[in-house]
Every structure is written in structure tokens, then in C-alpha cells.
Design a protein around this ligand. Structure first.
Ligand code: PEP
Ligand code: MN
Length: 353
């Protein structure tokens, strides 16, 4: 159910409706919009017993949301969700594209700083790097753990980049939430409902990657888990799905961008690195992702990908990232979006020692 408040409803009226909803045993989610506030009701397993909600002052309408996902839906919030970060002009969901770039894994301080310097110089506002890696084989590099998080915190200080890094379980989630600006939940965890709920109780934006074989509805329902716990700052990310095609690692489903944007107010990024698994496909699919209207990109970059401890084959060189940024800058303009210029960087040549 959704309570639509009148355009001029006061804060007290909104609060009174929320209190009434909670007194009925449900959870109220007031979602302000440019025209009016809507209040989503969750916590019900069947039909909501609305009592006299529709007669309360300031209420315009009480409507049933027929879709299984509610808080992520445009029925609840018409305008796009814009996620901002204090102290930076980087964000997700505005006219500016959110560009997240960095290595698959943080391997050492020197490696992470080398890549961070280049992606910052190219204009990215977000640095990605895994400290906890969900690897197919238990015998491959599993990440530096908290030391990796500490290196990324230094990168934020040094380059002004905001940090996106993955939590793979409940334990790493607590640490990631402490150090990172954005908590990534990976494809393999898209339906780890207890992890989603816990991320929903964190007060940091969550970047949720599409599961390897998730439908659009499953993807949106996974996001709904996070919002239902009170965290409305969710960024979706298409990263390719499993198909019969074997010319790429996964099949990058760009049409989901348009499908998500029609149904949901949440920003959606495209990850052509995992989406193709091949370095030479990253640039063309990035162009396409921006053209289709993605709210940003997630790109793996490594200065020495042949020696990368994970995902080297899909990591592009820093020079290729420069080229990618130059090209998407032009394409973005055609679709009325913008790629920000690099932030001025401190002149000290190298912080890595
Ligand atoms: C990653 O971003 O490095 C990653 C492991 O992604 P995914 O969960 O999409 O495989
Ligand atoms: Mn990776």
C-alpha cells in the first residue's frame, strides 16, 4: 500500500500518518518527492488493514501497489534517486555519470595507488577495489581483507576519490561499512537475503550487482530487501548474465538499463568488465552503455593486468581508460548527460612508498 499525501501536506501531517501506520503494526517509509510525499507501507504479509488512514488530514489517496516490489518502484517515487556524498561532486543518478574505476582486487599499496592516480587523473570520482573477493576457487587470491580497506581509505585521503568495495558476508560487511563510501554486494550474493537486510540497516549507499541468472523482477526484489530495512541509497549494477554465448565471459544485458529506468527510480550502472570478461570489449560496451542511458560505469583498470591477482584479462590499461573517458564524454553529451572533468590533484608526484 501507498499513502499519497496532498501536495501541501505539512510535516506534522506526514508524521501523524507514519505514526498511525506503525501503530497498526506496519513499517512506514516516507519518501519525499518534488510534488508530494508518498508513504510506503511494508511489513504486511497480506492485505494492509488501513483503518481510517484515508480520512486523516493531509492524505490525498491510499492506493494498492500491485507490483511485488514497492519502495524501489516509480509508483512510490516518480523522480530519480540521486545519491550524493559530502565533500565531493561525485554521485549517482544525476545528469553527471557516476564513474567507478580501479582494479578487481587491491593487491598492494603500490598497485592500488598507481591505478588510483590514473583513474583520478582521467576524471573518475570513485575508486573500486576488492579487499574481500568472492572467488570461484578457494585456492586463488582471496583479498587483503582489512589491510586492503586501509589502503583504500588512504586513497580517499590522497586523491579525493570515494571508495566502492565489496562485502561478501556479514563479518566483512561491518568492516566495509566502516571504511567504504559505498558497500558493494556482488552478483553471487544478490539473493543472500540476510546480507541484503543487514546492508539495509547500514547508513551507507549500497551498490547491488545483478545475480548471474537474475530476472529483472528478482533484481528489483533484491534491492527491495535493502530499502525495506530503511536504506534508500541503492545503486543497481548490470554486470552480465549467464547465457549460451561463449564469446564473452557473460552476456551484458544492456536492455535492462531501459527496463529498470522505466520501473524504478534507482540509478543503474553498467559493468562491462565482468559483463564481457575481455579487455578489448570494455571500450565498445562502455560506449553502448552510456548511449543506452546508464547512470554510470564500473570499470576494472590495472597498470599491469598480465600480473593481476584477479580478473587481469578483463582489466584495461590506464591509457585505455583515458581513451574510454574521452569517448564517453562525447557520447554522454548526445544523451544529455555529462562526464565530469578530473579534479585538480595535489602536485606531490607519488604517495606510494
Ligand atoms: C567485482 O566487482 O570484482 C565482482 C566480483 O563482481 P561480480 O559480483 O559482478 O562478479
Ligand atoms: Mn573482478
Amino acid at each position: 500500500m501507498l499513502v499519497v499525501m496532498q501536495a501541501h501536506a505539512t510535516e506534522e501531517q506526514v508524521r501523524a500518518v507514519c505514526e498511525k501506520i506503525e501503530s497498526l503494526g506496519y513499517r512506514a517509509h516516507p519518501i519525499p518527492g518534488s510534488q508530494r510525499t508518498a508513504i510506503g507501507i511494508t511489513g504486511n504479509t497480506g492485505a494492509v488493514e488501513i483503518g481510517s488512514l484515508d480520512e486523516m488530514s493531509g492524505v490525498q489517496d491510499v492506493i494498492r501497489v500491485s507490483k511485488p516490489y514497492k519502495l524501489v518502484s516509480r509508483d512510490v517515487k516518480e523522480e530519480n534517486t540521486v545519491i550524493t556524498f559530502p565533500g565531493t561532486d561525485g554521485g549517482f543518478g544525476s545528469r553527471n555519470l557516476g564513474i567507478v574505476a580501479g582494479p578487481c582486487s587491491v593487491e598492494s599499496r603500490e598497485q592500488a595507488f598507481t591505478v588510483a592516480e590514473r583513474v583520478a587523473k582521467a576524471g573518475a570520482r570513485f575508486f573500486r577495489g576488492g579487499a574481500y573477493k568472492p572467488r570461484t576457487s578457494p585456492y586463488t587470491f582471496q583479498g587483503l581483507g582489512e589491510n586492503g580497506l586501509k589502503i583504500m581509505a588512504e586513497i580517499r585521503e590522497r586523491f579525493g576519490l570515494r571508495i566502492v568495495t565489496e562485502a561478501i558476508d556479514s563479518e566483512s560487511l561491518e568492516l566495509v561499512a566502516e571504511y567504504a563510501d559505498v558497500i558493494q554486494i556482488g552478483a553471487r550474493n544478490m539473493q543472500n537475503f540476510s546480507l541484503l537486510k543487514k546492508a539495509g540497516r547500514m547508513r551507507k549507499p549500497v551498490l547491488l550487482k545483478r545475480g548471474l541468472s537474475a530476472t529483472l523482477e528478482e533484481f528489483l526484489m533484491a534491492a527491495e530487501y535493502i530499502l525495506s530495512e530503511g536504506n534508500y541509497q541503492v545503486i543497481l549494477c548490470e554486470r552480465g548474465v549467464r547465457t549460451f554465448a561463449d564469446h564473452t565471459r557473460n552476456t551484458l544485458d544492456l536492455s535492462i538499463v531501459a527496463a529498470v529506468q522505466r520501473l524504478s527510480h534507482l540509478p543503474i550502472l553498467v559493468d562491462p568488465s565482468h559483463g564481457t570478461g575481455k579487455r578489448d570489449k570494455v571500450l565498445p560496451m562502455s560506449r553502448a552503455a552510456v548511449a543506452v542511458g546508464a547512470d554510470g560505469l564500473l570499470i576494472e583498470v590495472h597498470h599491469d593486468p598480465d600480473r593481476a591477482l584477479s580478473d587481469g584479462a578483463q582489466s584495461i590499461f590506464p591509457d585505455q581508460f583515458d581513451e574510454l573517458m574521452a569517448e564517453i564524454r562525447q557520447i554522454a553529451a548526445v544523451v544529455h548527460r555529462h562526464v565530469q572533468e578530473p579534479l585538480p590533484q595535489p602536485t606531490v608526484a607519488k604517495a606510494a612508498s
